[in-house]
Ligand binder design. Structure first.
Ligand SMILES: *[C@@H]1O[C@H](CO)[C@@H](O)[C@H](O)[C@H]1NC(C)=O
Ligand SMILES: *[C@@H]1O[C@H](CO)[C@@H](O)[C@H](O)[C@H]1NC(C)=O
Ligand SMILES: *[C@@H]1O[C@H](CO)[C@@H](O)[C@H](O)[C@H]1NC(C)=O
Length: 422
């Protein structure tokens, strides 16, 4: 309604070009609704699929105006120049620095910055430390944190169709209720979850119970996921916070990979995976936590792993695999599943090996004889065992390439339990 009024007024005044329609739906809203592009870190300069998708969702080549927010970084200006050059190379009309960082928090109330935000058709949050983003976009008050005028303007733009994109910390900062700060899987299993840092256990899982920016509700969001073996940390954080947050689902985006979310304003909200690796979804809604066990013990955690072209309805977690893939069932390439002695080992340097968790999980679907396998933590005292099982509800899909490690594989409904190895 407001946009129609502005058009009419500007017509009466004899020309619309002088008006910036900064409270009208952007054209892309009519195609995609509210949208986000969440990249898992290490976004390669030549990942044209992800860069082109961001530009397309921002209105297209020669139209996209991207506001670059590098508040998470220790080098906000240098990082801005890097992304500006790339977005311009890939066809953005403009790439503008939103000049807010930990040393310039007062800019979050500057009317000039608010006005700059209102002219963008999308935003890109760079990586670093996600807590710096929270510290720069909220202002402390006596009763808690208050949204800054620039954050309010960002929300208005998002609601009108401006894309919220980010990588690494720029992805991890997007949930509403619970934001993960740092920590490793084994430490999370051994020492639990914390809301502040400790010198004694520098790898402990720390999270922010006040949440992130809140552009995507209903999930805890993680990044660098398979590459850093973060399956344990996300499962533990979901399980330990779900009673207070009522959030029992999360996802972790792998490096050089994106979850592209569209229609976030409605029940039709959908995510599509693009890029090199995949996105892991974890659902603890039906998990059983054994409170009597000496060490952390959880069963019936549901995992899905989606790769290039797969889509997931984000209300019900219903999955449609890419038409380039076919079911593995009945076409398995191996007799037996694989085990692992370092299940949270992620990135194999200088190789195309699948990370250990993905490798073991995929092998369960690609084996004729086994429907279950396990992987142990490398760390001991305690050693945890991750057990992975496929049931009649589980399916694996594959686009065959030259080998097990280069096959593009996905799966739905892998049942996972984690407990001390006896
Ligand atoms: C991107 O560059 C890397 C080397 O830096 C190369 O291995 C990869 O194949 C390239 N990817 C694409 C999509 O061109
Ligand atoms: C903020 O200022 C301090 C002190 O001058 C400096 O060490 C730090 O690098 C600055 N941080 C950013 C993100 O610019
Ligand atoms: C999920 O289910 C809804 C409702 O049945 C359907 O409209 C949608 O296309 C499904 N999405 C995916 C990605 O399978």
């Amino acid at each position: 309604m407001a946009s129609i009024l502005i058009l009419v007024t500007s017509f009466l005044l004899g020309g619309s070009s002088a008006f910036i329609l900064d409270d009208a739906f952007l054209p892309q809203y009519y195609r995609n609704g509210r949208s986000l592009v969440l990249v898992g870190g290490n976004l390669a300069e030549n990942n044209s699929e992800i860069y082109n998708t961001i530009i397309e969702l921002c209105g297209g080549r020669g139209i996209a105006k991207i506001g670059i927010i590098n508040a998470a970084s220790l080098d906000p200006v240098g990082g801005y120049q890097y992304y500006r050059d790339l977005f311009l190379k890939y066809g953005a009309l403009e790439a503008n620095r939103i000049p807010i960082d930990v040393n310039h928090t007062q800019a979050n109330a500057d009317p000039k910055v608010v006005s700059l935000v209102r002219q963008q058709t999308g935003f890109f949050f760079g990586g670093g430390d996600q807590q710096r983003i929270i510290d720069t976009f909220y202002n402390p008050t006596q009763t808690g944190l208050m949204e800054s005028p620039v954050l309010v303007a960002l929300r208005e733009r998002f609601n009108l169709g401006a894309v919220i994109a980010g990588t690494s910390a720029g992805t991890e900062c997007q949930p509403n209720k619970i934001m993960i700060n740092s920590g490793e899987s084994w430490e999370a299993l051994t020492y639990g979850v914390h809301t502040s840092y400790s010198d004694k256990h520098p790898h402990d899982l720390v999270y922010n119970p006040h949440g992130g920016l809140g552009f995507l509700d209903g999930f805890i969001i993680d990044a660098h996921f398979s590459e850093r073996g973060r399956e344990g940390r996300l499962a533990v954080l979901l399980d330990e916070t779900r009673r207070s947050s009522h959030i029992s689902r999360g996802f972790g985006v792998d490096e050089n990979t994106a979850l592209v979310v569209t229609h976030a304003e409605s029940d039709a909200i959908v995510g599509k995976v693009i890029g090199q690796n995949g996105v892991v979804f974890i659902d603890v809604s039906h998990a059983h936590h054994d409170p009597h066990s000496t060490y952390y013990s959880i069963s019936n955690v549901i995992f899905h792993y989606l790769t290039e072209g797969d889509q997931i309805g984000l209300r019900n977690l219903n999955i449609t695999f890419s038409p380039t893939k076919t079911p593995m069932r009945g076409h398995e390439a191996y007799d037996h599943a694989l085990t692992s002695s370092d299940i949270f080992y992620g990135k194999h340097r200088d190789s195309t090996h699948k990370p250990e968790f993905t490798r073991a999980a995929t092998s369960v679907f690609d084996s004729r004889l086994d429907s279950t396998t396990y992987g142990d933590t490398y760390e001991s005292h305690p050693t945890f065992r991750v057990t992975m099982t496929r049931t009649s509800y589980s399916v694996g899909y594959v686009e065959r390439k030259s080998s097990f490690h280069t096959d593009i594989t996905s799966y739905e409904n892998l049942v996972v339990s984690i407990a001390e190895r006896k």
